[in-house]
Design a protein around this ligand. Structure first.
Ligand SMILES: [Zn+2]
Length: 106
């Protein structure tokens, strides 16, 4: 069966229970697939970009002249989680992203 336009198929082998409440994600019509990765700010590069912007008096020109535009670094691989409709929408409680990254219960 072809996937509806604008969608990509998800195999039954890719299904997991909700990473937050543990219920089957297919108990509602929709659910969420999220990919998470932690990032670390590069304070030294930000300082360099700010200095250049201050030197020339323009953020846009300062960035164009800066030796770097790297503002942060991605750490490790993405973590994939599935969330049921209610948890993904935060119906019961807000869900901290960092909890999903660690894989523990919120
Ligand atoms: Zn849930």
């Amino acid at each position: 069966m072809r996937s509806p336009e604008g969608t990509t198929p998800m195999d039954i082998n890719e299904i997991e229970n909700c990473a937050s409440c543990g219920k089957p994600v297919t108990s509602n019509l929709t659910f969420y697939e999220v990919e998470i990765r932690q990032c670390v700010v590069d304070a030294q590069n930000i300082g360099t970009m700010r200095s250049m912007a201050g030197l020339v008096g323009s953020t846009a020109i300062g960035l164009a002249l800066s030796p770097t535009t790297t503002i942060a670094h991605r750490v490790g691989a993405k973590t994939r989680r599935l969330l049921c409709q209610d948890c993904g929408a935060g119906v019961e409680r807000p869900l901290p992203v960092a909890v999903l990254l660690e894989g523990g219960d919120a």
